[in-house]
Design a protein around this ligand. Structure first.
Ligand code: SAH
Ligand code: SF4
Length: 347
């Protein structure tokens, strides 16, 4: 079977329609059916003639992942395990908030970066997701939760499994599809790409005209500490990372986000907080603190709230600094806890 339709953009769908001997406008009808109306597949796009629907279903059906599992947290967060066509699966998380919702989606199956505090790292990299598989997570969950980005603000954060900048082509194509106003219609400023700091790819990301906001996982206050926590730092040096951030072409409304996972007694001292201030001085940014979400096989502990508060008040002397509320910890849906946990793990 040829590839599924999800992931194809308007030009590609128009070309496909033409190659099937159909008029060009069929491309737009398919596009709207898939992305605006979020149909499950060509069979459901009723603006198309029945014979075309059938042909498309036969040759380009599928594309929406199957929810293999759906676990709801006490706080309303829902963790999805979504099955891809090759039998592999990824996790995506729905996080409802008062005035908006957030979807946390994956960009790879597993992750090749070996951060010492992250459960996804333990999987290694199984494979990249393609643009369709990235977008399909948003469509599948939007269908399940009856979300519509044109009616209620919807944020998408690429903070699930994987390192987005190591799958940049698919991430950029997915971003264009997500942001397209006549499609899924999630504004660029509501899309965030989070990176562990793949230095040369940061500049490349910045060169795209349609792109999400950039979040950089800093997680350490100096290079030696960062090499221990994120060994990738020995190839992507901290100095070079900060330089790439300084040079990143921010749009007028935009600032960088730095994420910082606090590990008790490791990177959470007042001295570390002052180090963070020094490193980031002069960068238009804010800092998100995340107290470690613990997990089996993770050799670190969560700092107590007083320590988190003290760290925050120091950083805040120079930079807006927020403490990220852990969501879905009880169902292993919080940051760094995505490891394809199935319900069997809870028993
Ligand atoms: N690979 C990308 C995006 C996925 S990780 C990145 O590293 O940025 C998303 C965020 O979760 C990162 O900021 C990461 O530092 C954080 N994280 C990883 N493990 C964590 C854990 N155990 N507890 C809290 N946050 C964690
Ligand atoms: Fe990969 Fe991000 Fe986890 Fe590091 S924190 S292992 S880059 S998913």
């Amino acid at each position: 079977m040829a590839s599924p339709l999800i992931g194809l953009d308007l030009d590609e769908l128009t070309e496909l329609a033409q190659s099937m001997g159909e008029p060009r406008y069929r491309g737009r009808q398919i596009y709207q059916g898939l992305y605006r109306e979020r149909r499950a597949g060509p069979e459901e796009i009723h603006t198309l003639p029945r014979s075309l629907r059938r042909k498309l279903e036969r040759d380009h059906g599928g594309g929406l992942p199957e929810p293999v599992e759906r676990v709801e947290s006490q706080d309303g967060t829902v963790r999805y395990l979504l099955g891809m066509s090759d039998g592999r699966s990824v996790e995506s998380v729905f996080i409802p908030e008062e005035s908006r919702d957030t979807l946390c989606i994956s960009t790879q199956v597993g992750c090749p970066v070996d951060c010492k505090f992250c459960l996804t790292a333990l999987m290694g990299l199984e494979r990249n997701l393609d643009a369709g598989e990235i977008v399909a997570q948003v469509i599948a969950i939007s269908r399940d939760q009856a979300l519509d980005a044109t009616k209620r603000p919807l944020n998408v954060v690429m903070m699930g499994m994987g390192e987005p900048l190591l799958n940049l082509r698919a991430v950029m194509k997915a971003t264009s599809l997500l942001a397209s106003p006549d499609g899924i219609a999630i504004p660029q400023r509501r899309i965030t790409v989070s990176t562990s700091g793949i230095v040369h790819k940061i500049a490349e990301h910045g060169r795209h005209s349609v792109r999400g906001k950039l979040a950089v996982s800093l997680n350490a206050s100096n290079e030696e500490q960062r090499i221990r926590l994120m060994p990738i730092t020995s190839r992507h040096r901290l100095g070079a990372l900060i330089e790439a951030c300084r040079e990143y072409p921010l749009r007028p409304w935009e600032r960088l986000t730095f994420e910082y996972v606090l590990l008790r007694g490791v990177n959470d001292s007042d001295r570390d907080a002052r180090g963070v201030l020094r490193l980031l001085s002069g960068i238009k940014c804010s800092v998100n603190l995340i107290a470690l979400n613990p997990g089996p096989g993770i050799p670190f502990e969560t700092p107590d709230p007083a320590r988190v508060g003290a760290f925050r008040s120091i950083v805040q002397r120079g930079i807006p600094c927020f403490v990220r509320k852990p969501r879905g910890r009880d169902i292993f849906a919080a940051c760094g806890q995505l490891k394809r946990t199935t319900s069997a793990d809870f028993q």
